[in-house]
Every structure is written in C-alpha cells, then in structure tokens.
Design a protein around this ligand. Structure first.
Ligand code: FE2
Length: 455
C-alpha cells in the first residue's frame, strides 16, 4: 500500500473517531479535549488549542474562551479579543487556514488565495488563504505572541455562517511543512469539531430558552390565577348572602381532587373550576340572587340559567387547565339525570363537575342563607347519605369524607376545613364516628383505615 493511501486511511479513521466523539452528547469539555488530541495525533502535530469565539448575539463580549490546549507551557492560556473586523476576516476564509508566520513577517502585504487542493507535496504556503490586509486587527495584536508560542496555523471554525471558534496548530513533530493533503484533513476535522461546539452552544441556548419560557409561563399562570380570584370576588360580591362562597368551593374542590390523587396541575385546575363555577350568576339579576326568601318558579328558572351562562362566559377563554367551562356548566347536574341544564346522568358528567357539585352543595349546607340557617354536621351527613348515588358520585363523597377525616384525626396538620367552617362547627369526638359510619356504608374497604386513625 502506498504511503499516501495509508495516510488517507489513517486520516479517515481519525475522522470517524472524531465524528463519534462529537456526536456523543456526554461531557462537552471532554469531547473538545479528545477531539484536539485526535487532531494532533493524526498528523503528529506538537501543539494545539481549541478556542470558542463569543457569539455575535452578545456584541459587548469580545473575549474568546479557551476550551482545550495541548503542548504549550502551563502559564500560556490563549485568550483574545475578537473585533467585528476580525470576525469578518475569519468568516471570509471559511475553508481556509491562516498562516501565522506569513502574517507576522508581512501583515499588510501577504495576501494569497487558495489555489486548489494541490498534490501531496504542496507546501502550506501555497494553499493557505489570508484576508485583506486592511482587516488584520487580530494579527497586528496577536501574531507575534502566537508565533512565539509555536503556533503556525489558525483555522477558523465557521458553522452556518457563524464564527464558532478558532483552532490553533503548531508545526508537525517531524519538522516537515504541512502539505495540501494535511490541510484538507485538518480542515475536515476542524469542521467536525466546529459542529460539535456549535451544537453544544445551540443546546445551551435552547435550555436557556426553555427556562425563560417556563418563567414567562409561570408569570402568565400567576396573572391567570389572580384574574380568576378577582372574578370569584366579583361573583361573591354580587351575592351578598354567600360571601366567600366561590373561594370556599374552590378550596373544597382542591381538597377533594388531592384526596382523589390528582396531579398538581389538575388540582390547581379544580380549584380554579371551584372559583369560577358560579361565574354565570354575573348575568342573573341581582334581586333574584339576593332574594331574602325562597324564590318562585320563574325566578328559579332565571337563576338556573347561570351554569349555561357561565359556560358561555368561560368558553372563549383559553384556560391552562382541564375543562373549566364544562365544570361550570355541569355543576348542577345530578347522577340520576334530574339536574340541569342538560339532565345528564352519571357517566355523562365529567368527574371535575361532580367534584364542584359536592363542594358547592357542602358549602351551601354549611353556610347561613337568608331563608335558613346552616345545617349541623349530623344533618350534613344525613344529606350526604341520602343523596349519594342520586345527586353525588360516591367516589367524590368518599374522597371528601376521607379528607375531612384526616383533618379530624390529626393525620393532616392543615386545618383547612376548620378554617372554612369556623371554630366550633366540627367536633372530632362526635364527627369521626359519623364519618366512619358513612365511609363504611359507601366503601366497606375503607372502614378499617378510617377507624384505625382515630384521635
Ligand atoms: Fe351554582
């Protein structure tokens, strides 16, 4: 085999290794170091450095960043300022190599252009390209220093028209000059390394963008939540007898969703659904909402418009959570089909709407209304027993009772129910057996767990 063919095979092998290295998304700095060693090893070059150039997105940052260096004294850390004119110089020679010695000797006059690939015996002086003398700021400043450190070649890494970095190379260990073939190998390998660095940089930018997007998204959600709370307050202000009703229904819905094992997003969605369930009341006459007596049939049908009206109000809004408009629409539906507005039955009613239904009813039962005082806890239990399966979904009632049980038994330290129901409403000694009994009736499997955690 001819020496040139052998060399070519060797070079291709090195290129393949480099490709593998660059494609490996593991340790970036390790990838760069290994790439440099492969490049130096392929042509037995004494020293080299891989330098990252600042992106032009950040014009105030001109300093390069040393990624890997080999073969120079430990105290030499190549670092440069790359001006716009320098960047142009490097970009105009994307396939070229800039010869340091030529630029040191005659920086204003040594301007050559690449003249083909040449034969294996061509000297690098014949193939290296340089840029117009007028834009050699970089070399005026650094060429002597580079030469002193034994660097002969600068190969710009240009990826997608962007100057990604520079590769500095010293001479070959043999002392032979670089041939045109050597230069082709070098340029191919440098292109690979450039792509690796560029990709890494893009990934970094993408990650940053993700963080920024997340922040914006969180801000938007916060604005959305605040708006929802404002809406809830507006609804509750309109109904002077049920102050804080929407807020409490939101909280009860959240508690039930958590007990049912919903994810954080869904739990938040349920709280929002609770806050907004009565938004349709905004279009119902204030006198009907605030009637200090039981309203008549006509008024009742006017009031019963509110779930559908709520749906109309909420539908055009893009909600970041589950189907909030449907939960508002169906919070007066019943399992047995006797609810409104659509008379849906069990499986036709979304679980979220069923949760809001119970939260809404529980709050209605446990707060004073103009025409009736609130029910005692015993009465509430009786109502739940009577209406579970016809009005309420047993799954939802069980979750609600379990959550309340956890608070009464001290299993959870948060006093969320107590805060909403007032100090003396709940009585653990009396209420735990009631809840235990109801839970046992609704779901015999929970009996032991419920009783076992007694206070
Ligand atoms: Fe309602």
């Amino acid at each position: 085999m001819e020496p040139n063919t052998q060399k070519l095979i060797h070079s291709f092998g090195a290129l393949a290794d480099l490709g593998q290295e660059v494609a490996d998304t593991g340790d970036f700095m390790e990838m760069v170091r290994t790439s440099l060693h492969l490049l130096l090893g392929t042509l037995a070059i004494r020293r080299g450095a891989i330098i990252e150039c600042p992106t032009h997105h950040l014009p105030e940052d001109k300093s390069t960043n040393l990624l890997a260096v080999w073969g120079v004294g430990e105290d030499y850390q190549p670092k440069f300022d790359v001006e716009d004119a320098d960047r142009d110089l490097f970009l105009k020679a994307p396939d070229g190599a800039l010869l340091v010695s030529a630029l040191v000797q005659s920086p204003k006059s040594k301007v050559q252009s690449q003249n083909g690939t040449g034969s294996g015996s061509d000297r690098v002086e014949d193939v290296a390209t340089t840029a117009p003398a007028s834009s050699l700021i970089f070399f005026d400043r650094y060429a002597s220093q580079l030469q002193q450190q034994g660097f002969d070649l600068i190969i710009p890494m240009v990826v997608r028209g962007e100057l990604t970095g520079l590769v500095l190379l010293g001479g070959k260990a043999s002392g032979d000059p670089f041939t045109a073939d050597d230069l082709e190998v070098i340029k191919s390998m440098v292109r690979h390394i450039g792509v690796g660095i560029h990709t890494h940089r893009l990934l970094g930018e993408v990650k940053q963008q993700v963080v920024e997007n997340r922040r914006l998204y969180e801000d938007l959600r916060a604005i959305y939540r605040d708006t929802v709370r404002a809406f809830a307050a507006a609804i509750d202000i309109k109904d002077k007898y049920t102050q804080g009703h929407s807020e409490r229904v939101g909280k009860y819905s959240e508690i039930i969703a958590r007990e049912l094992g919903f994810g954080e997003e869904e739990i938040e969605g349920m709280a929002i659904a609770g806050y907004l369930h009565d938004v349709g009341k905004l279009v119902v006459e204030r006198d009907i909402i605030n009637a200090p007596y039981r309203i008549d049939a006509k008024q009742s049908s006017e009031l019963n418009r509110h779930p559908a009206a709520g749906y109309e109000i909420l539908s055009p809004i893009h909600h970041p959570y589950a189907d909030i408009p449907l939960m508002a629409k169906y919070h007066h539906e019943r399992m047995d089909g006797r609810g409104y507005p659509d008379g849906l039955t069990d499986e036709q009613i979304p679980l979220g709407a069923k949760i809001v239904t119970l939260a809404d009813s529980f709050d209605a039962m446990t707060t004073d209304r103009p025409y009736k005082t609130r029910r005692t806890f015993d009465e509430v239990i009786l109502d739940l027993r009577r209406n579970t399966g016809s009005q309420f979904d047993p799954i939802v009632v069980i979750a609600f009772c379990r959550a309340l049980m956890k608070e009464l038994t001290g299993e959870t330290k948060k006093r969320r129910f107590a805060k909403m129901l007032g100090k003396n409403y709940l009585d653990a000694t009396k209420d735990i057996p009631l809840l235990t009994q109801l839970l046992a009736e609704l779901d015999p499997n929970t009996q032991t767990a419920a009783v076992g955690s007694g206070s």
